[in-house]
Write a protein that binds this ligand. Structure first.
Ligand SMILES: Cc1cc2nc3c(=O)[nH]c(=O)nc-3n(C[C@H](O)[C@H](O)[C@H](O)COP(=O)(O)OP(=O)(O)OC[C@H]3O[C@@H](n4cnc5c(N)ncnc54)[C@H](O)[C@@H]3O)c2cc1C
Length: 384
């Protein structure tokens, strides 16, 4: 067996699978190493759906990357003849002076992204499922929706293999080190060498980038699927994705329509979660048992914003965020070794970008740079 590759991708989850796809498509000899099955529910990508939106409240600098991500998701769909993006529209609500409403307006104005403003009566007649508190502003982004993480990862991997990539599952990387002019990667099964290494290890990233360990905090996040009253009124096609900035709690609540039984895998029900860094954890020692407080937090939000949304709890699951101090990603080379590129710290909002990040990582290791604007995500924010 030839153990030498142009590029090794450490971690074949959201970002790693996309990187393998772009590299293989360009004809590079790529090895993707994944410690678990592909996909799996121990990292950051499990749970059927991830919101995708363009009027990015977090920062307008993300919008060009989102425009590329939308384009690249379409490309994946046409190459794989499958659907990963579902347009449902997205309802935003919050105090006018809060970061959500202010940020959505700023990005949508700067980049002319269609966003409608709804008054309470219009919202009630279009989506009577919501109870939006008085004094909240309501916006609607028609071009938003969700992407399907597990399916997208599998498609990226299938396409990568079709273009000649080698992907090993259940093979855990123990360490990497400089070796001659390149890198050697040691797993619990073998030793490989490569010219370039991409680290896309998600919650485990700081094991391989110890310089960043004080800047990457892994947190335990809870996702819930509940049985609503009148499931039909929350069904895909009738009910949008949503994101509400609750002024009496930190962070935001968000959710998805009820998906039809059969084609999605995983739990079926009304899916809801709280976007706010949870308890800090070790990715190998996560408490995956939900607590009464986890459950109470979900029921609180449903009672407040979707009064018909909660009849009974179906299932709660845990997933992991990897948070940076400014909640922005890190996309760069390691300062001391430009043969190693990293994509880390996605801070709970990265999946929608995976199709663009794959391209960016392939650009970095094959061309030395990318035409996509990532300067605001460089590592020199944290280490020089
Ligand atoms: C509850 C929840 C809700 C979210 N909602 C949204 C949303 O609505 N919209 C959105 O855009 N984003 C959302 N996100 C964020 C998004 O899912 C993450 O930002 C994204 O999945 C991170 O991708 P990643 O590639 O860094 O991590 P992962 O997808 O976890 O991939 C990392 C991979 O590296 C592998 N790995 C690690 N160490 C090793 C090793 N030693 N050897 C081999 N393999 C290794 C892991 O097993 C894993 O497969 C959400 C996240 C969570 C947890």
């Amino acid at each position: 067996m030839n153990n030498n590759f142009d590029v090794i991708v450490l971690g074949v989850g959201s970002m790693g699978s996309a990187a393998c796809h772009y590299l293989a498509k360009r004809g590079h000899r790529v090895l993707g190493l994944e410690q678990f099955e592909i996909p799996h529910d121990q990292g950051s990508h499990a749970g059927q759906s991830r919101i995708i939106r363009k009027a990015y409240f977090e920062h307008p600098d993300y919008v060009p990357l989102l425009q590329r991500a939308y384009k690249n998701w379409k490309l994946l769909e046409s190459e794989a003849n499958a659907q990963v993006y579902f347009s449902t529209g997205l309802l935003y609500a919050g105090k006018p002076e809060g970061i959500l409403i202010k940020g959505v307006k700023e990005s949508s104005e700067k980049f002319s992204i269609p966003v409608e403003s709804l008054n309470a009566t219009e919202c009630q007649s279009r989506y009577p499922q919501f109870a939006i508190p008085d004094g909240y502003e309501i916006l609607f982004e028609p071009d938003a929706g969700f992407v399907t993480p597990e399916r997208a990862i599998l498609l990226f991997v299938d396409q990568a293999i079709k273009h000649g990539a080698t992907i090993h599952t259940k093979e855990s990387v123990i360490e990497w080190k400089k070796s001659g002019t390149g890198i050697s990667v040691i797993t619990h099964k073998n030793v490989y060498t490569c010219a370039k290494l991409i680290i896309t290890a998600g919650p485990w990233a700081s094991r391989f980038i110890p310089q960043l360990s004080s800047k990457l905090a892994v947190s335990r996040q809870v996702l819930a699927w509940v049985n609503p009253n009148q499931s039909q009124s929350f069904a895909l096609g009738k009910f949008p994705c949503w994101l509400i900035d609750d002024e009496s709690k930190p962070g935001m609540y968000y959710g998805f329509p009820v998906l039809p039984v059969g084609q999605w895998g995983g739990p079926i029900g009304l899916k809801i979660a709280h976007h706010y860094p949870g308890e800090v954890t070790d990715p190998d020692k996560v408490n995956r048992v939900s607590s009464p407080a986890d459950e109470a937090n979900i029921i609180y939000a449903l009672n407040k914003f979707l009064p018909d949304g909660y009849k009974s709890m179906h299932v709660l699951k845990t997933c992991l965020y990897t948070n940076t101090p400014d909640e922005n990603f890190v996309l760069d080379f390691l300062p001391e070794n430009d043969n190693v590129a990293i994509a880390a710290g996605f801070s709970g909002h990265g999946f929608k970008f995976a199709s663009a990040i794959g391209e960016i990582m392939a650009d970095l290791v094959t061309k030395g740079n990318t035409g996509l604007p990532i300067d605001f995500l460089r590592i020199n924010r944290f280490i020089l």
